[in-house]
Design a protein. Structure first.
Length: 357
C-alpha cells in the first residue's frame, strides 16, 4: 500500500509522491564574467548576484569554465575557474590565469541557482523536508520541471520549446564511457563529439542512446491543472506558488564533486576521472555544463607545436561522471609549455531519475 501525497502532472504518464523533499529551483542569474588581465593562481573575482541567496544549496552550472586564446608568436593565454561559491548577494570565484598583457580579458559564463532547504510546515498539508510553498513571495525564483523524456542523441539534439528556454537547467542520466554529452547553451542543443585526432580537435558525431532528460524552467508562475482538478498552493498574496500541473524539483540531498586540476602533458591530452555521486540518490541525474577543457590528439606543425583546445563535455558510467574533451574552441594550446587539460573544482546538486522515470 502506498503512502504519501500523490499527484499526476499534466500530460505525464506516471504519478509522483511529493510528500517529501519537494523543492523549487531558484534562478539567481546568468553571468558573463571578465577576469583580470595578468598571471596568477587563485585570483579572487566577486560578482554581484541579481537575486541574493536564502541560505539554500547553491547550484552553479558553467556554460564556460575555461577560455583559451591563440595570440600568435607561439603564445597562448589560458584561464580556468578553480571554483565558485554563492553566499548572500555575492558569487565568489577563484581563477587560474596564465595570460599575456596584450591579450584581452577573458569571459567565464555561469548560471547560478539555489535549491532551498526544507522548512517546517506549520499548517495545511504536511510536506516532510520540503520548501514552504506558502511562504514564497518572489515569483521570479520559481523553478519547476517542464519537460522529461528519453532520447537517442546522434550528433545533436535541440532542447524543446519549454517556457523560459534560455535560462533552463538540463539534467541528464545516461550510460556511455567514451562519447561525451556537451550542452551548447548558445545553440540550446545537446551535442556528441568524436574523431579526436582530427585537425580541429574533434567533430560532431557519435551516438549516445537512452539519455533520460529532465528540464527545469525558472522565473514563471505555475499554471492551474489543465483538468481543473488537482492541488494548488498559494501564498499570502494569492499568487500560485505550487500547482500539480507541474512536478516540483525533488531533491534528496544528492551531490557530485568535481575536484580542481590543471595539468601539463606531452602525451595524450585526454583524461577520464570518475567522480561518484554522493547522498540519498539511487539514479543520479546531473546538470549538463562545461566544467573544464582538454585537447585533441592532432599536433600542429609549427615552431611551437600545439594541440587543439576543446571545451569539456561529460561522460557517465553507473553513478559516476567525468569531464571529457568535446567542442573545439578554435584555438590551440602549446602543450609542451602550457596546461593541456583542466577541470573546475565544484560540487553540484543532482536529482534522482527514480522520482520521474
Amino acid at each position: 500500500m502506498a503512502y504519501g501525497f500523490i499527484i499526476q502532472p499534466d500530460n505525464w504518464d506516471r504519478q509522483i509522491d511529493i510528500t517529501a523533499n519537494a523543492r523549487i529551483l531558484s534562478n539567481l542569474g546568468r553571468y558573463k564574467i571578465t577576469g583580470s588581465n595578468n598571471y596568477g593562481d587563485n585570483i579572487l573575482i566577486n560578482q554581484q548576484l541579481d537575486r541574493p541567496t536564502t541560505s539554500g544549496q547553491p547550484l552553479v552550472v558553467p556554460t564556460k569554465a575555461a577560455h583559451v586564446l591563440d595570440i600568435g608568436n607561439g603564445k597562448s593565454s589560458l584561464c580556468l575557474l578553480r571554483g565558485a561559491t554563492a553566499s548572500g548577494s555575492t558569487l565568489s570565484l577563484r581563477s587560474y590565469q596564465y595570460t599575456y598583457a596584450s591579450a584581452p580579458n577573458y569571459i567565464y559564463d555561469l548560471s547560478v541557482f539555489e535549491v532551498p532547504y526544507g522548512q517546517p510546515q506549520s499548517f495545511g498539508i504536511a510536506l516532510y523536508d520540503a520548501v514552504d510553498f506558502t511562504a514564497i513571495t518572489d515569483v521570479s525564483r520559481f523553478g519547476y520541471v517542464t519537460w522529461k523524456g528519453t532520447v537517442n542523441i546522434s550528433g545533436s539534439w535541440d532542447i524543446p520549446q519549454v517556457v523560459n528556454r534560455e535560462t533552463c537547467v538540463v539534467f541528464a542520466r545516461w550510460e556511455n564511457g567514451t562519447t561525451p554529452l556537451y550542452f551548447d547553451r548558445d545553440a540550446m542543443a545537446i551535442r556528441t563529439y568524436t574523431s579526436f585526432g582530427s585537425a580541429d580537435g574533434s567533430v560532431i558525431g557519435g551516438t549516445v542512446n537512452n539519455v533520460q532528460i529532465l528540464i527545469v524552467s525558472t522565473g514563471f508562475i505555475p499554471p492551474l491543472p489543465a483538468s481543473g482538478y488537482g492541488v494548488v498552493i498559494r501564498n499570502g498574496a494569492g499568487q500560485i506558488t505550487y500547482s500539480s500541473a507541474l512536478p516540483p524539483v525533488i531533491w534528496r540531498g544528492g551531490t557530485v564533486t568535481f575536484p580542481f586540476y590543471i595539468e601539463n602533458s606531452t602525451g595524450s591530452g585526454a583524461k577520464v576521472q570518475w567522480n561518484a555521486c554522493q547522498g540519498n540518490v539511487a539514479y543520479p541525474m546531473v546538470p549538463l555544463g562545461t566544467y573544464g577543457f582538454q585537447v585533441g590528439d592532432y599536433s600542429t606543425a609549427a615552431s611551437y607545436p600545439g594541440k587543439r583546445f576543446l571545451y569539456s563535455g561529460l561522460l557517465m558510467s553507473g553513478n559516476s561522471v567525468s569531464t571529457y574533451r568535446a567542442k573545439p574552441a578554435g584555438a590551440s594550446v602549446y602543450y609542451q609549455t602550457y596546461p593541456c587539460r583542466g577541470q573546475m573544482g565544484l560540487t553540484i546538486s543532482v536529482l534522482d531519475a527514480g522520482d520521474y522515470f
